[in-house]
Design a protein around this ligand. Structure first.
Ligand code: SF4
Ligand code: SF4
Length: 73
């Protein structure tokens, strides 16, 4: 079965922090990237694939991508 996990498009991200608040597994942080901030999601098998993060993003910077979290299991 294929699975997907959310990936952040750093070019779109406005660092509003909504995904940080929305994730029930607390996988998001806001990190400095050059002269700006951007959301980063921790690669973790704790991701529930609920996509609350994607729904919370006002600029649609979070989209599903082929699952990277399961590779190292
Ligand atoms: S899909 Fe759910 S658990 Fe996974 S990063 Fe998004 S909000 Fe967190
Ligand atoms: S909700 Fe979207 S714009 Fe806001 S910090 Fe998260 S990825 Fe960036």
């Amino acid at each position: 079965m294929s699975a997907a996990t959310p990936q952040v498009d750093c070019q779109r991200c406005s660092a509003c922090g909504r995904c940080v608040a929305a994730c029930p597994a607390k996988l998001f942080t806001l990190d400095v990237d050059g002269f700006r901030k951007t959301a980063r999601r921790q690669v973790s098998t704790d991701c529930r694939r609920c996509f609350a993060c994607g729904r919370s993003c006002p600029v649609r910077a979070i989209s599903p991508a082929p699952d990277a979290d399961q590779k190292n299991r």
